[in-house]
Design a protein around this ligand. Sequence first.
Ligand code: NDP
Ligand SMILES: N[C@@H](CC=O)C(=O)O
Length: 814
Amino acid sequence: MQVLKFGGTSVATAANITRVIDIVAAAARQETTLVVVSALGGTTDALIEAGRLAAAGNEEYRQRLRHLESRHLEAARELVPVTSQSSVLSLVKTHCNELEGICNGVFLLGELSVRTLDRVMSFGELLASQLVAAGLRARQVPHQWHDSRQLIRTDAQHGVATVDFGVTKQQINDFVAAQPGALYVVPGFIAADAQGATTTLGRGGSDYTAAIFAGALGASRLEIWTDVSGMMTADPRLVPHARPIPRISYQEAMELSHFGAKVLYPPTIQPVMSQGIPLWIKNTFAPTDHGTLVEVSPPANNHIVRGLSSIGQLALLSLEGGGMVGIPGFSKRLFEALAREKINVILITQSSSEHSISVAINSRDAAAAQRSVDEEFAYEIAVGKVDPLHLETDLAIVALVGENMKNHSGISGRLFGALGNNGVNIRAIAQGSSEKNISTVIRAQDVKKAINVLHESFFEATSKQINLFVVGVGNVGSKLLEQLARQQAYLQEKLKLNVRVVGLANSRRFALHEHGLALHEWPQALAEGEPLHLPALVEAIHARNLRNAVFVDVTASADVAQVYGALLEKSVAVVACNKIACASEYVNYARLKALAQEFNTDFLFETNVGAGLPVIGTLNDLLRSGDVVNRIEAVLSGTLNFVFNHYDGKRPFAEVVRQAQLEGYTEPDPRLDLSGTDVARKILILARETGEKLEMEQIHNVSFLPDSCMQGSVEDFYEQLAVHEEHFQGLYEAAAAQGKKLKFVARYAGGKASVGLQSIAPGHDFYALHGKDNAVLFYTNRYAEQPLVIKGAGAGAEVTASGVFADIIRAARG
Ligand SMILES: NC(=O)C1=CN([C@@H]2O[C@H](COP(=O)(O)OP(=O)(O)OC[C@H]3O[C@@H](n4cnc5c(N)ncnc54)[C@H](OP(=O)(O)O)[C@@H]3O)[C@@H](O)[C@H]2O)C=CC1
Ligand SMILES: N[C@@H](CC=O)C(=O)O
């Protein structure tokens, strides 16, 4: 004997019922089969609504009943040929008349008892199972329809009755013995008490009906047919990559179904588990899909965690107080206070100091719980032994489920790491001693992010989604977008990173595309965006609450640099080639670094010094490994190196500077380069990275630029450069006369930093620096005689973009 149960969506329409009949007919050819049928999708809710309307004296209930009747009549007409429709149509009519009679009574009395509501709800399964039987008859598949109320005995607790398994088993086996056959059809959900009054087994109870039959008959298997291809690794509405779990243990299925995996009504498992009956979850709409097999001990698979579950709308109650420590009875009284109000406790956690106990309950019970617990502890609260109950709402539980977790260390570490790196605060944790379930209580608004992050961490060796917000699409920004577009496939394949640009902005507009914008079409996406308002952009980033989010600043804007703090505080990583934040007051630089650490995220700015060269990374490697930096000497301006390499006193100085700007080496404002400010910022950042609390004003900057060049606009600057051509010729010739070259050099030693133009003799490390190259010489305890030298292109959009790219990947890999 096998038992098959079909859920509401499986029988929602005549077309669906036809699929069910195909499956049932094929099953009955293999083995004696008992079929349990749920109400047509949406019917139970409609019946409850009709009953409530009637009780409230609202005549609308008649309309609801008419709609239900026509829905069932229509299905019957589609399922059964006209010539043999009359019996099923009159059966539907009879049931509907009886239902209407009951509702009329409710209307007259103005009262709907739980007993009557059970009666009203029972018509959904009665009608649906009769339709399936009629469809089988029409296809000439031999079968017997029987009313479950004559077979399943419960107590009289209406709404969620308790099954009397002894009597039920006897009745079912007597019935099958008395009426042998190949195929039985019964309604799910309904049962009867000892007096024959209709009872119900709780919402989702048709699964339970099927398990009760399977258990009573010692079935070879139980199949629950639904609209998904099995239990999923996570809720597919939250995690698009969730996939069916092929095999799972009863215990794991129970954990997952308790925590939100709606494909199985939790009590279903017990009757089959006690006899080791295999339970299959199959898809009516894809019957050849494997589905999920729930069994005693499924083979281990590659995943330590079998599935993730979540439940929302929770509240956390915390009872705290010094008076609780070491005194027995507090928890007993807390739970009694909750039990008195019939409040179900979903999760419990107590600190080992015994100073606090927290329990998670459904939010709808929060007010009653607070009242009851505060009453219970009124005396202790009055004398200050405990605090009034602390209540937090808008919470949810996200849990890892898997029996295999007990054999592996580091699972909780991975869970906390993944959530922590994404700014998901864990309010409470619970892990049963069997280690099958690790539950975390988090903010409801973080559930989607949390469950996706955990799914990536535990199931998707294939892909981690990275969400970028790129601000600035000028020289460097546009190159970065080009590089990202080129590398997307590589990153996916080699690094398992799905890098998407979900936000883009320039100084005028911003565009958000939560599913990632097409990188080749970014100018259009931006043109169609909204006017830029930075606080609104930051708010939108927070509101999206996307996992593995990285804010990429490719501007030279002080306003943009101002928002880093607000982002880091929400664990959004910041990658910046903009130097303004790191060169601002020391406290701001230090605060941003501290925020990144505090909120488990990254603040990366490698390109602030030497563009794409690994300068800051190398410096940090030296320091972390215990080396001491005694002196730094460096050529840090690509622009100035380019200018003094190309200027020979013949071509105007202004023209060479303009060329540097056109080639993309200068700052958006080239005066920052020519005045030495850009180099001063860079040596300041290097000094700070070594641990020096230096400020910009403390950097000694000997400018070679006449004062008038710094007055007015950028065009005035170029005019003034031309005016002072002789000055620049003089600088060049003085150096050339000694066989030397001009280099703008930065120096840091003994807590002091300076920048300025120097004449460099042949043989010096800086003498032969080409084009726009930079060179950084680190003199350290380990590199005492010969410095550690980093040399190469120190400016240019392509190399800078690749440095930003590298920082993004660092942030992405965590
Ligand atoms: N060039 C190089 O070799 C190197 C550059 N860098 C740094 O890279 C950064 C960018 O340089 P570059 O690409 O040449 O500059 P660009 O001037 O070419 O581009 C700057 C971009 O930032 C946008 N922007 C400006 N202000 C804002 C704002 N308030 N909000 C949003 N967007 C804004 C601009 O928008 P719009 O288009 O509307 O003007 C533009 O898209 C600079 O900080 C520079 O120091 C670092 C290392 C090397
Ligand atoms: N303008 C800068 C570019 C990188 O920071 C330079 O010229 O070095």
